[in-house]
Ligand binder design. Structure first.
Ligand code: CTP
Ligand code: MG
Length: 227
């Protein structure tokens, strides 16, 4: 395929504190990783690379095989690194030669709808080098210095970044080859390499499961009577 999706799932989930790596925590009958993979496989045809903790590669393969169905030949698992950036780099090394577009997705954004993957690929096909799904910031935001409010920040110039973030493959590889600092997402990494990043609308369901409250929200959304 011309698209690859790297699903980073190698984090430990310290803030969730579930006692097992976050991607392997159950939301309902299925794990965070399995739900994330449902969104991926419902999206555009793609090579799918799951980046898993070293001790969970076997479990990740099982999840991947069950989620992939008849697309299982497009799917593989690689071992992650100590940081998200190192995990993405590990995934990037496994991308097949014919792939032109690479999407990087947090497994922790488990309920991301397939439509977001389609939207990101469409923006790349329109010619953008780097595409970031965003939501408007709804909170009133302040700049602070310790416990002192310095000023209000105009939220109309802010956006909350989500994944999947999409890139022309050569652009992402070049940015990773020269990355020196640690960045929290791939859009920041390519921007540091001088690439301009275009936004597309994100989705409410793409929130990241970070804390126990986020896990509760995911569970509520998956209940049969959820709105
Ligand atoms: N991730 C990864 N490799 C790492 C760190 C993070 O693949 N070394 C992945 C996580 O699995 C997650 C995504 O990056 O899907 C976003 O990271 P985050 O929400 O911070 O997950 P964790 O690092 O696992 O959580 P915490 O920071 O609370 O420990
Ligand atoms: Mg983390």
């Amino acid at each position: 395929p011309r698209v690859a999706v790297i699903v980073v799932a190698a984090g430990s989930g310290q803030r969730l504190g579930a006692g097992v790596p976050k991607a392997f925590v159950g939301i309902d009958a299925h794990t965070v990783l399995r739900h994330a993979l449902h969104g991926v496989f419902d999206g555009p045809l793609a090579q799918v690379i799951v980046v898993a903790p070293a001790e969970r590669v076997g479990d990740a393969l099982t999840e991947l095989h069950e989620a992939a169905g008849d697309r299982h030949e497009l799917a593989s698992v690689v071992e992650g690194g100590a940081t998200r950036q190192a995990s993405v780099a590990a995934g990037l090394h496994a991308v097949w030669p014919d792939v032109e577009l690479v999407l990087v997705h947090d497994a922790a954004r488990a309920l991301t709808p397939a439509t977001v993957f389609t939207r990101v690929v469409a923006a790349l096909d329109d010619g953008d080098d780097a595409v970031l799904p965003v939501l408007p910031v709804v909170d009133t935001v302040k700049r602070v210095d310790g416990d002192v409010v310095v000023e209000a920040v105009d939220r109309s110039v802010l956006a909350a970044a989500q994944t999947p973030q999409g890139f022309r493959r050569a652009v992402l590889e070049a940015a990773y080859a020269r990355a020196d600092a640690d960045h929290t997402d791939d859009a920041a990494l390519v921007q540091a390499a001088g690439v301009s990043v275009r936004t597309v609308p994100g989705d409410d369901r793409s929130f990241k499961i970070t804390t126990p409250t986020d896990l509760d929200r995911a569970r509520a959304l998956l209940r049969p009577d959820a709105p």
